[in-house]
Design a protein around this ligand. Structure first.
Ligand SMILES: *Cc1c(COP(=O)(O)O)cnc(C)c1O
Length: 222
């Protein structure tokens, strides 16, 4: 990433090089509204945040046609604050959370698209489900009763490393699981790839990348 480029140039650059059908989520966490507006004015509409309160504050200040994605870990007691507007929740990792999303989406007569987060990194710190738990969740009777959530795919975060072979193999593993589950699920979305690894993720079959610092510059925190 070059600091001589502006946010709008970064975003246009990125989008012009993306294969057809790939969605770019511009990850704007910690960044001011003026930065988001530069991306908006360059034609971008899909933004990702990792904290619910911050997303709510920004949603109130940004134009109505922005599509908001919650990409961070979600605490159940905060789902209610975003249920009226969030379009996709990326890091769902339990039936309890799905039920809470369903309940609040129903109150707003909406259906919220959700991705199940799969643990693909070797670090312990990363959230996400193990494959066995994910399969039993998808196969459960209870999930069929949830009418206001739609599970549209999977999300994963690779290990923080520059080892390309390792990144590739983690993404490949997630893609294989996605393909296997797609035989019985109506999946449309595989969310994998960030500023440092999105090219590899795209090679390995990602349909949605979450890019922050390569658009908005480095963050001081978050
Ligand atoms: C911050 C974040 C990103 C974007 O990270 P960059 O390296 O700045 O592109 C993507 N996904 C998640 C879940 C994040 O928290």
């Amino acid at each position: 990433m070059s600091f001589s480029l502006s946010i709008s140039e970064n975003i246009q650059d990125l989008k012009s090089n993306l294969p057809e059908g790939i969605t770019l989520v511009a990850v704007s966490k910690t960044k001011p509204i003026s930065d988001l507006m530069q991306a908006y004015e360059a034609g971008h509409r899909v933004f990702g945040e990792n904290k619910i309160q911050e997303m709510v504050d920004k949603q109130e200040q940004m134009p109505e046609d922005v599509e908001w994605h919650m990409i961070g870990h979600v605490q159940r007691n905060k789902v209610k604050y975003m249920a009226s507007f969030v379009s996709m929740i990326h890091a769902v990792d339990s039936l309890k959370l799905l039920k809470e999303i369903d309940k609040h989406a129903a109150k707003h007569q909406r259906t919220i698209e959700c991705l199940l987060q799969v643990k693909i990194a070797e670090e312990d710190s990363k959230f996400g489900m193990e494959e066995a738990d994910l399969r039993s969740l998808l196969g459960s009777e209870e999930i069929k009763e949830l009418e206001h959530v739609k599970i549209v795919g999977l999300m994963g975060m690779a290990t923080f490393t520059e080892d390309e072979a390792q990144l590739r193999s983690e993404f490949k593993g997630l893609k294989n699981l996605y393909d296997a589950l797609s035989e019985s699920q109506q999946f449309t979305t595989l969310s994998m790839g960030m500023s440092g690894d999105y090219k590899i993720a795209l090679d390995e079959g990602s349909t949605m990348i979450r890019v922050g610092s390569a658009i908005f510059g480095e963050r001081n925190y978050g």
